[in-house]
Write a protein that binds this ligand. Structure first.
Ligand code: BGC
Length: 473
């Protein structure tokens, strides 16, 4: 009844659907908020935890880095779960894990229990990083997928900034660290409650053979009954698929190039040094010549703000200019600023002028990351894999990202000691050059194309029939 859409009613319907998808994307992106918050909060909390429990250096390192071990494990296993159980159910489970982890951390009577709590939180972060981008990518319309999946990265940056603010707020209170770690319960609950009311993705449902439900969900999120073409496209790609959802399918001929791109970008996102700045900014700034802790913290908050704002700029551009121009421009900026940072640290005198040059250079570096490797890595790994193994492959990429994060965080201070700060930043700069070349030669443009068109282009490329330029550059 009344199914025929007039132009005006279909425009209104499209608006409704846009709102629906944005709401779904925002709730899922809360997983990113927890990712940013839980990785960022520990730097401020550690000072107090150390005092309360009398932690040795090793135990301090454990409290910080066990999250990354948990996240690597959560990412590698989470992909399989989201393919088996569905994106939605996995996200509901993720929220339970986040809440449990936060409660264990906040109430921890001993350092050992705290380490266990941080491990649980890490599992949640890993699961979120595998499942959130895929969930958003599979519900978004092609033309808006870039900015909607990038809500995940925006949430990460807001989470990091929120962690700085919370750390600052609770610093003076007795047992303030318990609040710092415990507050994560709130977004944890929001994620779970939101997902209870949101639908499973139509693509996962279709892959499981639940075509009718998939079509109904698609009608609901697109705000129109005219979804036959999109459903047809999903079903056609599923019929053509050679993958069966097994681990060995990751190495199938059509999946392999995408796997290499995802894992490559995962590693490059980390080995170009982003988290040396995110985790150690106050230390870097102090050693550049701002002696006061409060000055260093303020500068760090400024860096966090630049990260948020430039991610918004990236979201505005990503569906307009496309992924490749942003990626290549941003990485070029990272190369330049890492080089400059190395030069700053060659200066024999570290006074406040040098320190401010360092702070501004770091801000430009963060801005370059925020328009490129930050959002575009998470976006691409939600776009380029075949539907049958999307979760699994995304998990491999996310897991590689966490593993590389762990290695860089663990080696940064040692590198600075062995090589000095200048050579350390130049080393990251050289790796950024490699990352630019990798992106230039391997990363495809996915702007405006449906997930099925992207999958098809990888398949055609393998068979040597497709327009090369489409799947590659
Ligand atoms: C990275 C994180 C990083 C954050 C900074 C994310 O894309 O995966 O490791 O801390 O960006 O904004």
């Amino acid at each position: 009844m009344g199914m025929k859409a007039t132009p005006a009613s279909s425009a209104a319907a499209e608006d409704v659907s846009t709102v629906f998808v944005v709401v779904a994307a925002v709730f899922a992106a809360v997983g990113g908020l927890l990712f940013g918050y839980d990785t960022g909060v520990i730097s401020g909390a550690l000072i107090f935890i150390k005092q309360d429990f009398g932690l040795s250096i090793f135990r301090q390192e454990l409290v910080v880095s066990v999250v990354l071990v948990g996240a690597t494990t959560g990412a590698l296993t989470g992909g399989r779960l989201s393919d088996r159980l569905g994106r939605r159910v996995t996200l509901i489970g993720t929220s339970v894990i986040f809440v449990a982890g936060a409660v264990v951390c906040a109430l921890a009577p001993s350092a050992t229990v705290l380490v266990v709590g941080r491990l649980i939180v890490g599992l949640g972060i890993g699961l979120a990083s595998t499942t959130v981008p895929v969930y958003i990518s599979e519900v978004s319309p092609a033309k808006a997928r870039g900015w909607q999946v990038s809500l995940f990265q925006l949430a990460i940056t807001i989470g990091i900034l929120a962690a700085y603010v919370v750390d600052y707020t609770f610093a003076e209170r007795t047992g303030g660290w318990r609040w710092m770690l415990g507050l994560a319960v709130v977004p944890g609950l929001i994620l779970g409650l939101g997902m209870l009311f949101l639908p499973e993705t139509p693509r996962w449902l279709a892959e499981r053979g639940r075509t009718d439900v998939a079509a109904r969900v698609l009608q609901r999120i697109r705000g129109t009954n005219q979804v036959q073409a999109e459903m047809q496209e999903i079903q056609t790609i599923l019929q053509q698929s050679e993958e069966r959802g097994r681990w060995s399918d990751l190495l199938s001929q059509s999946a392999r190039p995408a796997l290499v791109i995802g894992i490559g970008l995962a590693i490059f996102q980390q080995i170009t040094g982003i988290n040396t700045v995110i985790y150690y900014a106050p230390t870097i700034i102090q050693s550049a010549g701002i002696p006061s802790a409060s000055g260093a913290i303020l500068a760090t908050a400024g860096i966090g703000l630049v990260n948020v704002l430039m991610t918004v700029v990236a979201m505005w551009l990503i569906d307009r200019t496309g992924r490749r121009p942003l990626l290549l421009t941003g990485i070029a900026g990272m190369i330049f600023t890492l080089g400059a940072l190395g030069v700053v640290f060659t200066q024999p005198r570290h006074d406040s002028t040098i320190a401010w040059v360092a702070v501004i250079t770091i801000m430009l570096y963060i801005a370059s990351f925020a328009i490129s490797l930050g959002p575009i890595f998470w976006l691409l790994i939600s776009e380029i894999y075949p539907l049958k193994i999307r979760g699994l492959a995304e998990g491999m990429a996310a897991g590689s990202n966490w593993g590389s994060n762990f290695l860089v965080s663990l080696t940064f201070l040692t590198l600075v000691q062995a090589l000095g700060p200048s050579k350390t930043f130049w080393l990251y700069g050289v790796l950024a050059v490699a990352s630019w070349l990798f992106s230039y030669y391997f990363v495809p443009e996915t702007k405006g194309r449906t997930l099925e068109e992207i999958e098809q282009s990888f398949r055609m490329r393998r068979r040597g029939r497709g327009p090369q330029g489409q799947a590659t550059r």
